[in-house]
Design a protein around this ligand. Structure first.
Ligand code: XMP
Length: 471
């Protein structure tokens, strides 16, 4: 019989290391031409883990978020749009108003969009002026019109061409302004650069597209509305699609991979999940650009209990690496600390996908509540009957067969605060792991990594033992 290993079965053997400073280690990972992660961590498409807020934070920290599919197409598309609008160096479609908009309407718009500045244009889209909070904050008469309150075009600093970051910096510095509208020679509005977006764009760690917008992925299934969903997601600007099904080695899943890849050849496609060499090879041959590995290791999974099926995750990653060849793989599920992430990468993964470790944060969907005097947030498996039912309700899908639960329905995790802090700790742990393995980048980690199988005594020794401590 074959033997399989999971995270707690193995350790990485320390190697002679030339690393002087852990901060110089390059832990980045290329998943496709357009997707280079400075932090090789992806948030799971679970409805208690990734919607827009999580995806925004993941991308700002150098990772990536995959918006879950357990909702209507419209809802999922809105999440993608929110991420794509969160910061773009040049806002291509700034919110515009007519000169006859009343102050009352302007205030309503400010609440709706969470902006305070609007561009005033005529019917031909020619810029007439700009109205910001400073122009109207002290004005009590709400019937006043935009044209009477705005700073007129003549007094604005505008650019007649697209400008680089450096040029924008000079203009912000010189004129001490916060907005630079971009217009053509006829004064027609072409875009807007805001100081806030400019500041964001200085964050070199963020995962961005060519236009400087944050990158975001979205999940689709292989039944029901999956094709329409994929089409709408692509229209909304999604950067990567993820075929996210429990058994990615179903022939139907392979057919859908082919179909989606044919339909949207330019969109990188993640597909899974599989846990074998053959599974990885078949997904790759079907057209998957990135392969997702993991059958049953997840914290909220009961697949192995219910179906008796799975492969311990370290072995699954190693097998998938063989089948995938050069194709990138994502190790999905089962990571409980940064040490597990290092092991997953060392076993051959290009990135890890996390659910539990990122759940319970400010950015994960759902409310914080108290349970036995502790602050907690809800967390559930996506193959649970509660998730299944809520999907049917939200998507109005018909189904005559309800599968058995393969995930926890009503799980909770401690409330953990901001996800950025968690990612920061995980990143430091990953750097430490690379350093012990004498690796200054992922390729070197793959080359140097040598696992040692440990015993139960070894595992006991690996965790803090004997002392009492508060943590
Ligand atoms: P962690 O351990 O990081 O794993 O929480 C996240 C991954 O778990 C998978 N997942 C499930 N697997 N039944 C399963 O068998 C489920 O209900 C379920 N929900 C999530 C998924 O791959 C996720 O990325």
């Amino acid at each position: 019989m074959k033997e399989g290993y999971s995270f707690n079965d193995v350790l990485l053997i320390p190697k002679r290391s030339k690393i002087d400073s852990r901060k110089d280690i390059d832990i980045s990972s290329k998943l496709s031409d357009g997707i280079i992660l400075k932090l090789p961590i992806i948030s799971a498409p679970m409805d208690t883990v990734t919607e827009a807020d999580m995806a925004i934070s993941m991308a700002r920290n150098g990772g990536l978020g995959i918006i879950h599919r357990f909702c209507s197409i419209e809802y999922q598309v809105k999440q993608v749009e929110k991420v794509k609008r969160a910061e773009n160096y040049i806002v291509e479609n700034p919110i515009k108003i007519s000169p006859d908009t009343t102050l009352k309407e302007i205030k309503q718009k400010a609440q709706e969009y969470h902006f305070n500045t609007f561009l005033v244009v005529d019917q031909e889209d020619r810029l007439l002026g700009l109205i910001s909070k400073r122009d109207y904050a002290l004005e009590e008469d709400e019937s006043k019109l935009a044209k009477d309150l705005m700073t007129p075009f003549e007094k604005l600093i505008v650019s007649y061409k697209n400008i680089t970051l450096e040029e924008a910096k000079e203009i912000f510095k010189k004129y001490k302004i916060e907005k630079i509208p971009i217009v053509d020679k006829d004064r027609k509005l072409k875009g807007l650069i805001t100081f806030k977006d400019f500041e964001y764009s200085l964050n070199k760690k963020a995962t961005r597209d060519k236009k400087g917008r944050l990158l975001v992925g979205a999940a689709i299934g292989i039944k029901g509305d999956y094709l329409e969903r994929a089409e709408e997601l692509v229209k909304s600007g999604v950067d990567v699609l993820c075929i996210d099904v429990a058994h990615g080695h179903l022939e139907k899943a392979l057919r859908v991979v082919k179909q989606i890849k044919n339909r949207f050849p330019e969109i990188p496609l993640i597909a899974g999940n599989i846990a074998t060499e053959e599974g990885a090879r078949d997904l790759k041959e079907a057209g998957a650009d990135i392969i997702k590995v993991g059958i049953g290791p997840g914290s909220a999974c009961t697949t192995r209990v219910v179906a008796g099926v799975g492969v311990p995750q370290i072995t699954a990653i190693q097998l998938a690496r063989k089948g995938a060849g050069e194709t990138p793989i994502i190790a999905d599920g089962g990571c409980r600390n940064s040490g597990d992430i290092v092991k997953a990468l060392a076993a051959g993964a290009n990135a890890v996908m996390l659910g539990f470790l990122l759940a319970g944060t400010d950015e994960s969907p759902g409310e914080i509540f108290t349970m036995k005097d502790k602050l907690v947030k809800y967390f559930r498996g996506m193959a649970s009957s509660s998730a299944y039912k809520s999907k049917l309700e939200k998507t109005k899908e018909e189904s005559d067969y309800q599968p058995i639960d393969e995930g926890i329905n009503y799980g909770f995790v401690d409330y953990k605060g901001s996800v950025s802090k968690i990612l920061e700790k995980l990143e430091k742990g990953i750097r430490s792991g690379f350093s012990y393995c004498g690796a200054s980048n992922l390729k070197e980690l793959w080359k140097n990594a040598e696992f040692i199988k440990i015993t139960e005594a070894g595992l006991f020794e690996s965790y803090p033992h004997d002392i009492k401590y508060l943590d």
